[in-house]
Design a binder for this molecule. Structure first.
Ligand SMILES: C[S@@+](CC[C@H](N)C(=O)[O-])C[C@H]1O[C@@H](n2cnc3c(N)ncnc32)[C@H](O)[C@@H]1O
Length: 235
């Protein structure tokens, strides 16, 4: 199988799931979510959380355990099928007439989770309404630069006034990516480095942007890899 480029979109992600190159996948809930969940959900008031580019993240189960319902969007059907195959719940598979007819929708039978196999760039409030909160981990930095502003607009449109986004980005020296000896699967950071200024440019002035934490981790190659966590509130 020829190795596709990130610009190949769904084909690239299909390749990674087929080869098992899913090194972002954790077998536990992401610690940042547990630590900062209350900020995106003040006073336990959020009822519906949107998770763009959700993959097969276990964070979705944890969110439901906190009492919210989750809508996720993921382009790779394999990711959703794997997630569902490991679930202790029954699911119904359906289609959404608002989206492309090929698009599948997986609905957990207790109604607490709905996962769309679709392109996030095509998602809009007409499909599932607006949300109290959005959780963005491992998403934004995989969007190609030409689509990033459209992506942030999709998120802003999906948020109710006063709604909150918990969003993490990783900042690193892009020279790491010039090392041609690197191959998948390795601790390669997301393809596009981002910092808080980038997040402000994308979300202000429709939203306020606050950086709530910066931490370091050896999860990726390279010195000085900073993880920045933001709380974004729609005005
Ligand atoms: C790095 S993974 C992160 C997955 C998940 N957020 C997590 O933290 O475990 C990025 C995910 O985005 C999905 N994806 C990529 N482009 C997408 C698009 N245009 N629409 C929806 N999902 C997309 C990929 O298939 C992949 O599952």
């Amino acid at each position: 199988m020829e190795v596709p480029d990130l610009r190949a979109g769904a084909e690239y992600w299909h390749y990674r799931y087929t080869k098992g190159f899913t090194e972002w996948q954790l077998e536990k809930v992401y610690p940042m979510l547990i630590k900062h969940y209350e900020k995106m959900n003040p006073n336990g008031k959020a009822e519906r959380v949107f998770y763009p580019m959700c993959g097969m993240s276990l964070d979705m189960n944890w969110l439901v355990d906190q009492g919210v319902s989750v809508v996720g969007v993921e382009i790779a059907q394999q990711a959703l099928e794997t997630f569902i195959s490991k679930s202790n719940h029954n699911w119904t598979i359906s289609h959404d007439p608002e989206l492309d007819t090929a698009t599948k929708m997986f609905i957990r039978n207790d109604g607490k989770m709905k996962l769309y196999c679709a392109d996030i760039q095509e998602f809009s409030p007409e499909i599932e309404g607006k949300f109290d909160a959005i959780y963005d981990r491992g998403s934004l930095q995989f969007v190609q630069p030409g689509n990033v502003s459209r992506y942030s607009q999709v998120l802003k449109d999906l948020l109710k006034p006063g709604g909150r986004i918990l969003l993490e980005v990783v900042e690193y020296d892009p020279k790491i990516l010039e090392d041609k000896t690197l191959d998948l699967p390795m601790k390669v950071p997301p393809p596009y480095t981002m910092n808080s200024e980038d997040i402000k440019r994308l979300f202000e002035p429709d939203c306020s942007v606050e950086r709530v934490e910066t931490y370091k981790s050896d999860r990726f190659l390279g010195e000085n890899v900073d993880f920045h966590v933001h709380l974004i509130i729609k005005i």
